[in-house]
Design a protein around this ligand. Structure first.
Ligand SMILES: Nc1nc2c(ncn2[C@@H]2O[C@H](COP(=O)(O)OP(=O)(O)OP(=O)(O)O)[C@@H](O)[C@H]2O)c(=O)[nH]1
Ligand SMILES: [Mg+2]
Length: 407
């Protein structure tokens, strides 16, 4: 399952975002450092399902389909706030950073309302600086990567000398466990021009430059400008977008999304995450407190920002930053179903450049080991071996071995 990590300073709303995405009840408070150990849960990435264009009624098994939207499970990891010196172990930061390193993509949450001071304590909105907070946390992440690179420098040298490996390959051996790919290393070496400097001559600054590239290449990151329901947040949000580019900053109100999802679960409203509105089932039955909350949400979030931004943050991280394609494997290509007749049972996310054989591996090793060919279910055509999967492909795999029945 794809892993989305949530990082950021304390009190920015990471756990609120985590609870909104997973509907779990991890502790939230306005005291700094509420989260003491990482929270792990399941959330969903939302994409337009192919059922509508095919005109079929689907029976999802590994995912869910609501109003033509397919919700695909992802693992979400909420991390404790990082303090200064986390990279060298302060506040157990070292351990948390190794958990963050397991993620495929990061959401870096900042308090866009400027409602926390540099220590992460609640202050008057507008007084804190989300930009400075962002850089503080990034410094910890980069230094952690740097420390790992430096601590393993001898090992890298041994691999280069003993096994006659190139620098990129040797680094890859060391860093593969934290989701660093060989092309990340090669690109980082080229971009930093360290490729031209003998490894034994690298200085601390060189390690830091290299670590910075590795951090951003291997862990694409979306900035979540949270607490946008606060009036002062707009100015900071615009500043963040100017600094990092519109693509990389999502306006968000995690607290409002959490409230809506809980109200939807309780049956008070109809709401599909990510939609530009919600419907109160019985307006006249609302208590004064509920009425106030609904008005707050409408005026502070939907009238101004159209959505809460939580679903957009997840979708943008998975589909825009990681560029995942959604592929629907079926066993019966004519009925688009599995062998039990479930129509469009599963949806898998695969990175661009994946082939039908990669899909087979993602489903089950038996299917991949017996792989013969794949069929594009919409056209009925057999696909060439080197075919690259597209988003929304419906694929049937012929294999000498069948995938085992789900228990
Ligand atoms: N106004 C507003 N407040 C929010 C929003 N999201 C979170 N908060 C509040 O911000 C405070 C901190 O929220 P948490 O989710 O506990 O923050 P955290 O980043 O997990 O904090 P640590 O666990 O200490 O690192 C709480 O009082 C939340 O209610 C939001 O979208 N809008
Ligand atoms: Mg927390």
């Amino acid at each position: 399952m794809l892993k989305v990590g949530i990082v950021g300073k304390t009190n920015t709303g990471k756990t609120t975002l985590f609870n909104a995405v997973t509907l779990l009840n991890a502790e939230i408070s306005n005291y700094p450092f509420t989260t003491k150990v990482p929270n792990i849960g399941v959330g969903y990435a939302k994409t337009a399902c192919v059922c509508r264009e095919l005109g079929v009624k689907d029976n999802p098994q590994n995912s869910a389909c609501i109003d033509g939207w397919r919700f695909i499970p992802i693992e979400v990891i909420d991390l404790p706030g990082l303090i200064k010196g986390a990279w060298e172990g302060a506040g157990l930061g070292n351990q948390f950073l190794s958990v963050a390193a397991q993620a495929d993509v990061l959401l870096h949450v900042v308090d866009a309302s400027g409602g926390i001071n540099s220590k992460g304590e609640i202050c008057e909105p507008g007084m804190g600086s989300p930009l400075a907070d962002y850089y503080d946390t990034e410094e910890e992440l980069i230094r952690w990567y740097m420390k790992n690179l430096m601590e393993n420098a001898d090992q890298v040298r041994r691999l280069m000398e003993g096994k006659n490996m190139g620098l990129a390959k040797a680094f890859f051996e060391i860093l593969a466990g934290i989701k660093v790919k060989e092309w990340h290393i090669k690109t980082a070496l080229e971009r930093t021009r360290l490729i031209g400097i003998p490894f034994e001559d690298w200085e601390d600054e060189d390690f830091k430059t290299f670590a910075t590239e590795i951090r951003y290449l291997s862990k694409p990151t979306l900035i979540v400008a949270n607490k946008m329901d606060m009036p002062v947040a707009e100015k900071n949000f615009k500043g963040l977008q100017e600094t990092f580019g519109e693509r990389f900053v999502v306006p968000c109100s995690a607290d409002v999304e959490l409230m809506l999802r809980r109200a939807e679960k309780a049956g008070t409203i109809s709401y599909v995450p990510g939609e530009e509105g919600f419907r109160v089932k019985d307006e006249s039955g609302l208590t004064p407190k509920q009425r106030w909350a609904i008005d707050y949400v409408r005026s502070r979030v939907f009238d101004k920002w159209l959505r809460t931004g939580v679903d957009q943050a997840i979708s943008a991280s998975v589909f825009k930053l990681l560029m995942m394609n959604v592929v629907y494997p079926v066993e019966d290509a004519k009925r688009y179903s599995d062998r039990k007749g479930n129509v469009l049972p599963d949806a898998f996310m695969l990175p661009q450049g994946s082939t039908p054989l990669d899909l087979a591996w993602a489903i089950h090793s038996d299917l991949a080991n017996g792989f013969i060919y794949a069929i594009d279910a919409t056209s009925g055509l057999r696909l060439p071996k080197d075919y690259l999967l597209h988003d929304r492909d419906i694929i049937s795999i012929a294999s000498t071995r069948r995938r085992p029945k789900k228990s």
